[in-house]
Design a protein around this ligand. Structure first.
Ligand code: ZN
Ligand code: ZN
Ligand code: ZN
Length: 266
């Protein structure tokens, strides 16, 4: 892996139910186009041989097998909705490889929620059986992670909050319905933006596609990739209708970024 490049792999491009939706017989859920088959929303960032996972979805095991992920060196959590966290137990095989605890990063609210909801992982008492070994770290400011400068950005997710992450020329903003001014000012000069674009109809906790397109245009992003997609979005038809520079994410999609000109620590 070149020191000056970073690869983003879309592990999952789907909304909380995944697509196809269990029990649904719509055209998208029945589609044979693999790009209409979407696991829960997640991405993997690879840089200098390190793998940084964004969220541990309920599909983490299948995503890891599909992409042949051999190791996870850190996890960045966006927020604690079930679709983004409940695959946490599937970090165990990566502990076997690492031979040590895996650092997991999130807001204070996220780390507290993970500790509360997955008490068995953090219980000090000796316990029979396996559990993931994790090292929770609260993010309060930008930080260096394996030579990448990671900027956490607070986003509105309905009445709740999530964290977006900017890393050099790239930003990942899933599960958001508005971007506070204090975060938006850190989203200038982006090469690639991966952003929540649930569906065409409006939604109280997610940007819909027209809103996500508007945000990307406002920020002047060169390449925008819409993720967290529902079964209301048919890949080929919708992709054709999007403005230039905007596309739909799909599972397994890889995006290469050049980091030349971006210092690890500004
Ligand atoms: Zn979600
Ligand atoms: Zn459907
Ligand atoms: Zn959410």
């Amino acid at each position: 892996m070149n020191r000056a490049t970073m690869t983003v792999t879309i592990l999952g491009s789907g909304t909380s139910t995944g697509v196809p939706v269990v029990g649904c017989s719509c055209a998208v859920c029945g589609s044979k186009d693999p790009r209409n088959s979407r696991t829960r929303c997640s991405a993997l960032i690879t840089h200098r041989g390190r793998n940084i996972l964004i969220d541990t979805t309920t599909d983490l095991r299948q995503q890891s097998l599909r992409e042949k992920i051999r190791h996870i060196d850190a996890v960045l959590y966006t927020h604690t909705h079930a679709d983004h966290v409940h695959g946490i137990d599937d970090l165990r095989p990566f502990n076997f490889v690492a031979g040590q605890a895996i650092p997991i990063y999130g807001s204070g609210e996220t780390i507290a929620s993970i500790r509360r909801n997955f008490g068995y992982i953090f219980n000090e008492e000796p316990e029979e059986g396996y559990r993931p070994r994790l090292n929770p770290r609260e993010i309060t400011a930008p930080f260096d992670l394996f030579g990448l400068w990671v900027e956490p950005l607070v986003l509105h997710h309905g009445s709740g909050r999530s964290l977006g992450f900017r890393i050099g020329p790239f930003a990942y903003l899933t599960d958001c319905s508005a971007i506070p001014e204090s975060s938006e000012k850190h989203l200038q000069d982006l090469e690639v933006l991966v952003i929540d674009g649930l569906r065409f109809r409006s939604h109280s906790t997610h940007f819909n596609i027209p809103q996500a397109v508007e945000v990307a245009a406002r920020l002047g992003v060169r390449r925008t990739v819409l993720t967290h997609l529902s079964h209301e979005v048919e890949h080929a038809d919708c992709n054709k209708a999007l403005p230039e520079g905007v596309e739909l994410a799909f599972d397994g999609q890889q995006i290469e970024l050049c980091l030349a000109g971006y210092q690890a620590r500004p």
